[in-house]
Design a protein around this ligand. Sequence first.
Ligand SMILES: Cc1cc2nc3c(=O)[nH]c(=O)nc-3n(C[C@H](O)[C@H](O)[C@H](O)COP(=O)(O)OP(=O)(O)OC[C@H]3O[C@@H](n4cnc5c(N)ncnc54)[C@H](O)[C@@H]3O)c2cc1C
Length: 384
Amino acid sequence: MGRTNQQTHDLIRKNLKHSALYGGHIKGRSARYCPSFEDKIVKFPERESHRVILQYEGLDSKEIYASGLGNSLPIEIQIEFVRSVKGLEQAEIMRPGYAIEYDYINPQELLLTLETKRIKGLFLAGQVNGTSGYEEAAAQGLWAGINAASKVQKRPPFILDRSQGYMGVMIDDLVTKGTSEPYRMFTSRAEYRLILREDNADLRLAAIGHELGLVNNNTLKSVQELKNNIDTEISRIKKAVIKPSKAVNNYLESKDTSLITTGMHLDHLLKRFEMSYSAVEKLNPSNESVSPRVKKQVEIEIKYEGYIARQINEIKKYKDMEKIKIPETLDYLAVPGLSNELVEKLGSIRPASLAQASRIDGMTPAAISVVMIAISAHKRKGSS
Ligand SMILES: Cc1cc2nc3c(=O)[nH]c(=O)nc-3n(C[C@H](O)[C@H](O)[C@H](O)COP(=O)(O)OP(=O)(O)OC[C@H]3O[C@@H](n4cnc5c(N)ncnc54)[C@H](O)[C@@H]3O)c2cc1C
């Protein structure tokens, strides 16, 4: 691990005009979260140095990747640049750094299945949809692949909503809002992230995977068993009452938590900041053996019960809106009270549900009510 220095930074400043990124050769927006070295110099002028990490490219490779030095300068300057870092004075460049620019399809051109609206049967996945990142590309590949297969097999489309998985959040963001810069998936983009935890991913999604033929029977069975064991242990803990006694209060004192004077439910003790599953377990252990995975889930589910319940309630409201489907043939031009901007956006995005419509940039509660009325009128017309 090393650091760049003032000499390095002066050299970059002096040669910015030769940089592909800053010399006007590249017009696209660069990936915000993988800044080039020129970006770091321009965006953080106050920093006196930046970190450089040397990483072997492989066990048998002589090549070393200088992480942190990515740039788009001409090779002569790159040699000087690399050699300005202490420890790299005699380094040879085997392959220079580079910048890439690529075109993408506006993801608003896609259905929620990642099939293009214009060419039926063509599905797009990965950075061609305006994303950046390995996981983003992999998740879309899986999603588009499942949907392409489902279409051929005449099965229902595979769509996870925003409350079911990060994939659902990403696809909905892309298709509904589009993106003006390389899109990355962040936990902060998910409004239901208290539910979308990595510790419960299999509990949330195994049954869906099984239905698609992607999760085998044994795996599904073990996830179902796990779920049952968690539920059983949660209800046991909720029923158990701890009576005050000298031994109990001595124990609570040793945990730095307040003493009890009347009987208290075990789950209330577990909700205390100072108490964990393993701490309350000692007061009232289960007769069955409880696996570490179950212990962790029980602790999370009980400790954060209030917050989780509130979020489940929000999800219920959101799902109610998601259930209100918008007919594909709804003519937004004929909907009175919608601004020209919203008519245009609704017409080009063609949201599948009222919930998706509500997430379009610029959508107002008043416009949502108008669309809702138009859906009812459309249905009445269809059925009469
Ligand atoms: C230098 C660099 C470092 C990066 N570091 C990271 C990182 O640390 N973490 C991270 O998450 N992401 C990183 N990324 C981004 C990440 O690599 C990409 O976003 C991701 O790999 C995109 O995957 P993809 O499958 O969409 O596209 P690609 O991996 O580009 O796959 C597209 C494929 O299509 C092929 N192809 C193109 N045209 C045709 C054609 N006409 N016919 C047949 N095949 C064709 C291409 O050869 C290519 O194999 C980095 C990117 C770069 C350039």
